[in-house]
Design a protein around this ligand. Structure first.
Ligand code: PBG
Length: 336
């Protein structure tokens, strides 16, 4: 008889409750753990006067000024959160159809990158590459009639990526879902001496209702015309996520992301099992809002739900999670 590691014993030889009988035994038998090192903290930044306030649909999350972003990075360092991720709320007057603000070397994101790198060099900075915070109609790419232009957008994204790399970004996060952008960005980085800048591709990004509060946070809610279904994925698809991940890895992505997180844990597991590469999930704004909003109403235990939701990503095979809960979770972990 060959050795059978999973040969089941019958009751009462096997009592699976034995390993749950005390905190010590539960700790010893725990298969997956969350640590602060698994977290990437997305923050919203603005210099629009009066906009650095709490976002009503994201209880507990504020837009930050440049100085506030530096303080957030200092807090990340203190809490051992390895990376922050920047999302700008742009002055509505600076949003245009040509989106030139997106690759301005001195736009807010690029100035924040420089300020944070100067003050807290040990915290990695991730950026977002997509045109929506700068686009008059809230889309991630250039719009012509009712079409989102792919190749023209990729050229703009390359300029955006180079400006961010030049400013000192460590991790570029293309979130736009245009075809061919990873290859184009990787080639441009190599050509301009940025061979060590990493790309965390939003490879499997679904057209999701859970992005609503984020669009409030970056001021895209009123401006977005139509939906993003011609570039973001159909929530009914799973094999397509694997094709997208394979494609982005072949084009030069170092890490890949599944987004949103909680409704797509099956995709996280398939991606990790199929490719074995650094795999991240984005616990997006709507997921945050559900937990934080219910907690604020006293309907669930907020801390417990937060930790359980984050641990779920580790169990699903993720190496890490982008989450607005990052500082609260890291503080709880530090407190033991
Ligand atoms: C846009 C972008 C979005 C998010 C990150 N980058 C929204 C969208 O695609 O409409 C969503 C993040 C969140 O909901 O927390 N490029």
């Amino acid at each position: 008889m060959p050795f059978q590691p999973h040969a089941p014993a019958a009751f009462p030889t096997a009592r699976l409750r034995r390993l749950r009988a005390s905190a010590a035994l539960r700790d010893l038998a725990q298969e997956n753990r969350l640590s602060a090192a698994d977290l990437i903290w997305p923050i919203f930044i603005t210099e629009v006067p009066g906009a650095d306030v709490e976002i009503p649909s994201m209880p507990g999350v504020k837009r930050l000024t440049l100085q506030g972003a530096v303080q957030a990075a200092e807090l990340a360092a203190e809490l051992k959160i390895p990376a922050i991720c920047l999302f700008p709320y742009t002055d509505p007057a600076a949003r245009t159809a040509h989106c030139a603000e997106a690759w301005d070397a001195d736009n807010l994101v690029n100035r924040v990158i420089r300020a944070v790198k100067a003050a807290v060099p040990e915290v990695a900075i991730m950026t977002d590459i997509a045109l929506d915070p700068y686009n008059i109609d809230g889309h991630d790419g250039f719009v012509s009639g009712n079409r989102i232009l792919n190749d023209e957008t990729v050229e703009a994204l390359v300029k955006m990526a180079l400006a961010q790399a030049e400013a000192g970004a460590d991790i570029l996060g293309p979130s736009d879902m245009m075809d061919g952008r990873i290859g184009a960005i990787r080639a441009a980085l190599e050509a301009h001496g940025h061979q060590d800048v990493t790309i965390l591709s939003y490879a499997a990004k679904y057209a999701s209702a859970f992005y609503g509060p984020f669009r409030d946070a970056v001021g895209a809610t009123g401006t977005l015309k139509g939906d993003k279904k011609t570039y973001q994925m159909n929530p009914g698809n799973s094999d397509e996520a694997l094709r997208l991940v394979a494609r982005d890895l072949a084009e030069g992505a170092d890490m890949v992301m599944v987004k949103p997180g909680m409704p797509y844990l099956d995709i996280c597991r398939r991606v990790k099992d199929s490719f074995g590469v650094p795999t991240y999930a984005y616990q997006v704004s709507g997921e945050y809002a559900m937990i934080a909003g219910a907690a604020r109403n006293g309907w669930i235990n907020g801390d417990a739900a937060m930790m359980e939701s984050l641990l779920g990503f580790k169990r699903a095979g993720c190496d890490g999670v982008l989450s607005y809960f990052a500082p609260a979770a890291a503080a709880l972990l530090a407190a033991g």
